[in-house]
Design a protein around this ligand. Structure first.
Ligand code: SF4
Length: 378
């Protein structure tokens, strides 16, 4: 398969030549455009646009302030299980790694939730590997129900599933899901995913549709930067986000910018994305997707996160643990999926935001407006 066999709504081929443009006048006009489209995005992704990084930063910051104020929404991830038989080359807990495996039982999950609740988070992402007997839909359903006793917004970053399964999770209290396509380049996708369910490119691609039809309200998408040509992947992420906005207008769509991180297995990126390129991509997406939350996790180093906060990025994770039982220490030692770079605690991180004139936001007002009864916690 080649990228050319992507569905029409996703295929960015028409605009790929613009990502190699050296026309500085066209690039400057794209950055300043009042109604930027895919044409302008492709120009802003070009290496030549790197010269205009300051101008892009100014535009991105102004747009971010207009739509999100001076706030940064905060959330934290919680690994339920690191059991996985997937064959992803870039992952520290792939099936062929000598990883220490663990899965939280209900008591351990409650300890984790109590630890997270003390940190005042109101948004959480529950993570697992691929579908496994240790962590299948019934386990997820029960874990979501427990987590929802402690926190308003319970999201998942797990394996693609059927619409009916998403509905089961929505009924248990799940509000949203994230699924990174990893790469939209099908040739690279096939190489990176050596075996397992994840080899099904289109099942993954269509998972956000099934989740929204199943009753979840938000979806997060993204590409794992470094696997394939990042300019191609960024154009596809843009197209995917626009498609979801158009077809599910009531849904919330967010975009993340994960980069390959060191992990057990030692995979190195074929298409490394340096910090300057990452900044350029974030600014370009912000200019072209003004109202969509853009997310940056603790995969990135403090200097990168500090620099991007409010300059396009509107949502960040903090105090993240990428091991199972990492918050309460209430589980046997387990292997992390990847190393995090920003290990600051909440006060340190919030102090940094305040020093930049930004307000950390733990509260997710959306759940209050959606269902006041849900806000009355026991
Ligand atoms: S990326 Fe996900 S599916 Fe792939 S090996 Fe890692 S945990 Fe499993």
């Amino acid at each position: 398969m080649t990228p050319a066999s992507l569905p029409n709504w996703l295929d960015p081929e028409q605009w790929l030549p613009n990502t190699e443009s050296t026309d500085k006048n066209a690039i400057r006009s794209a950055i300043l455009s009042e109604n930027p489209t895919e044409r302008e995005l492709a120009l802003m992704l070009s290496p030549a646009a790197g010269e205009f990084l300051e101008l892009m930063a100014q535009r991105a910051q102004a747009i971010t302030r207009r739509h999100f104020g001076r706030t940064i929404s905060l959330y934290t991830p919680l690994y339920l299980s690191n059991f996985c038989n997937g064959g992803c080359l870039y992952c520290g807990i792939a099936g062929d790694r000598r990883a220490k495996r663990a899965v939280l039982d209900e008591t351990q999950l409650r300890h984790e939730m109590q630890a997270i609740q003390k940190m005042h988070f109101e948004e959480l992402v529950l993570l697992t590997g691929e579908r496994m007997p240790e962590a299948d839909v019934p386990y997820l359903r029960d874990s979501i129900a427990v987590a929802a006793e402690y926190i308003h917004n319970v999201n998942i970053e797990v394996f693609p599933m059927a619409e009916s399964e998403y509905r089961t999770l929505a009924e248990a209290g799940c509000t949203g899901m994230t699924v990174y396509q990893e790469t939209y380049d099908q040739t690279v996708y096939e190489k990176m995913h050596r075996w397992g369910d994840k080899r099904d490119f289109f099942s993954r691609l269509n998972a956000p549709d099934r989740a929204l039809r199943g009753g979840l309200r938000t979806v997060g998408i993204g590409a794992l930067l470094g696997l394939a040509d990042p300019k191609f992947d960024m154009l596809c992420v843009y197209r995917h986000a626009k498609y979801l906005q158009k077809n599910y207008w009531q849904a919330g769509v967010s975009v993340s910018f994960p980069r390959i991180r060191p992990q057990l297995g030692g995979f190195a990126a074929d298409h490394p994305v340096d910090e300057k390129m990452l900044a350029q991509f974030i600014f370009a997406l912000r200019i072209c997707l003004p109202e969509i939350p853009l997310v940056l996790s603790t995969r990135e180093a403090p200097r990168v996160r500090d620099g991007m906060a409010g300059l396009g990025i509107s949502k960040m994770s903090i105090a993240s643990k990428t091991t199972v039982g990492g918050y309460s220490g209430d589980s046997e030692e387990s292997t992390e999926q990847f190393s995090i770079s920003d290990e600051r605690n909440i006060p340190e991180f919030c102090n940094m935001l305040c020093a930049k004139g930004l307000e950390p936001v733990f509260k997710n007002w959306d759940s209050t407006y959606r269902d006041p009864a849900h806000y009355e916690k026991p």
